[in-house]
Design a protein around this ligand. Structure first.
Ligand code: GLA
Length: 388
């Protein structure tokens, strides 16, 4: 949405006159490859999207924070000084988790604030709409408190908020991409050291399509935390003969030598996915740099199969989309992206044939499942910032 329209919506909703507004934006992300490696000390390869969350805010004279989620037409009022755990429900928990951190560090601000949230990302689709709300809130609070906290520290704060306040044991992938994304680039991030490179996102005559199953990620939080726990268990077993800090510290060769020490078959499979996926990120980064889109595509298919069979986070709808891609000569590669359990897949599609391909896939999906998937082309955008 245009900034002027957002400002108008803000003034209308809060019945305010013009003046004193701050506008921030934080994007969602897709991950090209490197899934479920971030909380295992590994590599990821995300790009920030040009869709995400906007917040418009201005001080009020009511001694309270007035949050308005315009997408849901819902409000939440939090008085200055009230227990910050009060807002620990539904969508409010994302901004409240960050507010809680700022209050604990810097106390309450002098005045209350009106805040309007507007998002243009599909929700619960695995495109990090929640991380974009958290990052937008972090950037806005940095303005409100005049704290000049560097972006990388806001990224860490948002991740800690998701872990401790929201209760999902996620890694840093989503917040990092949302905070540090770069226009027309993707990032190759080491989630252990936080060292990263930006790689031009040049797909030559291909377009990266996002294919949304429109299957909401039900129970995602609890199944996600279960995967995190399974990885910890596998690491404990591996440590009994070859001690290392993270699953991603093991090479595939080392895993082949010592992996059988992992006592449960299910945790063995989880570790196998993570360790080979980490290697695939290294290979994919090289493939993108050397413009080998065929190799990049093959790695994406391998990643999907591993997530589906070893990590068991895919679903029928995601598998259908990726299998359809595999049968087409105009697609270089495809895979699910994000945590899984529904949400989105991505595919590298030859530009000259993309319209026909997407039309055929949309039709086949609808026939198979009786509801529509949605499709849009991904563009790599900048990370979170103040816009106004
Ligand atoms: C979710 C989490 C990330 C990451 C991905 C899977 O998006 O928030 O930290 O683990 O799943 O790669």
């Amino acid at each position: 949405m245009e900034i002027n329209n957002l400002l108008e919506l803000f003034r209308l909703h809060f019945q305010r006159s013009e003046g004193g507004e701050i506008v921030v934006f934080a994007p969602g992300r897709i991950n090209l490859i490197g899934e479920h490696t971030d909380y295992n000390g590994g590599l990821v390869m995300p790009l920030a999207l040009q869709l995400g969350t906007y917040i418009v805010a201005a001080p009020n004279d009511q001694k309270s924070f007035h949050f308005y989620a315009s997408n849901f037409n819902e409000s939440y009022v939090h008085p200055l000084g009230a227990d910050t755990l009060l807002g620990n429900r539904n969508w409010q928990k994302y901004p409240m988790g960050l507010l809680d951190r700022f209050v604990k560090h810097y106390g309450w601000p002098q005045t209350g604030w009106d805040m309007l949230f507007y998002g243009d990302l599909p929700l619960s689709a695995g495109l990090s709409s929640s991380a974009s709300v958290e990052m937008a809130t972090a950037v806005m609070l940095n303005e409100i408190y005049h704290t000049s906290i560097p972006m990388i520290d806001l990224v860490q704060a948002a991740r800690e908020s998701e872990n401790q306040y929201v209760g999902v044991d996620c890694g840093i992938l989503d917040m990092f991409a949302s905070g540090m994304g770069r226009l027309k680039h993707c990032l190759v991030l080491d989630c252990n050291t936080l060292d990263f490179e930006t790689v031009p996102f040049d797909l030559q005559d291909y377009t990266l399509w996002i294919m949304n199953t429109r299957v909401k990620r039900g129970l995602a939080g609890s199944k996600y935390n279960e995967r995190v726990a399974e990885c910890k268990e596998a690491l404990r077993d591996l440590n009994s003969i070859l001690p290392k800090s993270f699953l991603c510290s093991y090479t595939p060769q080392e895993f082949e030598q010592v992996g059988r020490v992992i006592s449960r078959e299910v945790t063995y499979k989880r570790a196998r996915h993570v360790i080979y996926e980490n290697q695939r990120v290294k290979d994919a980064a090289e493939a993108l740099v050397s413009s080998d889109l065929h190799l990049l595509g093959q790695l994406m298919y391998q990643s999907h199969d591993s997530l589906s069979k070893d990590y068991e986070v895919s679903c029928e709808e995601l598998d259908f989309l990726v299998d359809f891609c595999r049968q087409s000569s105009v697609v270089a590669g495809g895979r699910m992206t994000g945590a899984g359990f529904g949400g989105c897949a991505i595919a590298l599609v030859k530009m000259e044939a993309e319209k026909d391909f997407i039309d055929a896939l949309a039709k086949a999906y609808n026939q198979k499942f009786g509801f529509e998937a949605s499709f849009f082309a991904a563009k790599a955008g900048n990370g979170a910032s103040r816009l106004f």
